[in-house]
Design a protein around this ligand. Sequence first.
Ligand SMILES: Cc1cc2nc3c(=O)[nH]c(=O)nc-3n(C[C@H](O)[C@H](O)[C@H](O)COP(=O)(O)O)c2cc1C
Length: 184
Amino acid sequence: MNTVIGLIAGSLRKESFSKKIAKALVGMTPDGFEFKIISIENLPIYNQDFDDYQNVPESYLKFREEIRNIAGVIFITPEHNRSVPAALKNAIDVGSRPAGKSVWNGKPGAVFSNSPGNLSAFGANHHLRQSLVFLNIPVMQQPEVYLPHINKVWDEEGNLKDEDTKDFLQKAVDAYIEWFKKNK
Ligand SMILES: Cc1cc2nc3c(=O)[nH]c(=O)nc-3n(C[C@H](O)[C@H](O)[C@H](O)COP(=O)(O)O)c2cc1C
């Protein structure tokens, strides 16, 4: 049976570059592994009352179960105002609760950040790492995966056409799989 690694794109936007990166990664796993795209859409903003008063939204239950069932996770994050987009931070919060029952615990992770600009969402990448340290997700340190000018690498159908970006992503995936094996 394949080891399943989750891919979480930190954007709700229909034409999101982060979602397109997730799709491009799906075919890049070596034998024995598979990538599963996990949606963060339809998760209401986290409110502890949901958990405290047994009123947990169906979408939370589904999301938490999906995360429980993956062995590792790659976050593909854009940047909002030099930090993690609220939708992605919310998904992380949803998975982290109730206290003591975080579904993230111990799953080897990686952060791939991207932007149409040239700073590659560096701020989001590192703010995200701060939360992941607390959640006990060992995060791949090298290679760092920063993807600038991400609006320029697609063909008309939204497929990844830029060969340098493809090669870089394949190297990042290969390094992540090694990281996963050492840290699972
Ligand atoms: C509220 C908001 C804040 C943004 N702030 C940044 C930013 O700090 N740095 C950056 O590089 N791009 C910023 N952008 C532009 C995003 O990089 C761009 O919209 C990108 O396409 C979002 O990722 P997505 O394609 O996965 O949806 C911002 C966009 C929005 C909507």
